[in-house]
Design a protein around this ligand. Sequence first.
Ligand code: MN
Length: 216
Amino acid sequence: MAKSSLSQYRAKRDFASTGEPRGGARRKRRRGKLRFVVQEHDASSLHYDFRLEMDGVLKSWAVPKGPSTDPRQRRLAVRTEDHPLDYAQFEGVIPEDQYGAGSVIVWDAGTYRLRGDDAKKKTPEQELRAGHLSIWLDGEKLRGGYALQRIAKGGKGEQERWLLIKVDDDEADARRRPVSTQPESVLSGRTVEEVEEQEREQKSDGGERRSRRRRK
Ligand code: MN
């Protein structure tokens, strides 16, 4: 791959302004388990960014309603640009003048693998290209089988559209609503609102300190 798959990610952001990671060189495939992360992102419209480690980066989808544990719910997932692996730990506020301005928390995190026989025959990269991923999640909130199915190819500025659907297995639960009942970060216990408030307080504290210093 001549061009980094992170070039789109970097072109959209000014790393002097945003606290998001720039990401290093694309890493070689790590041994062991592949990571997944779901970030709640309170941008111009609230959504959940679903990311799977693949090929040294995080393949990403924006899920407006967030993942469901109910197999009857088909959640739209719009493919977005690859993110660096470091992004899996990012929480904070993306500044007003930046792409994706708003508050971000790590809503869920863990590892994933391909399900069943697929794991022996295919790689996640192959399934991604074919437009159908059949995965098993081991997260704190999300567990069990999930399917990601491409329903519309991108191109000409259009993003790929996929559906994220819970597989009807022992981990399925139509009554659970983790998106609304478990809003806290699995990293810090904070909600997106709390992250935003803390950032605002820190900024105003810093402002006061600076003006006090000036008065001396
Ligand atoms: Mn987002």
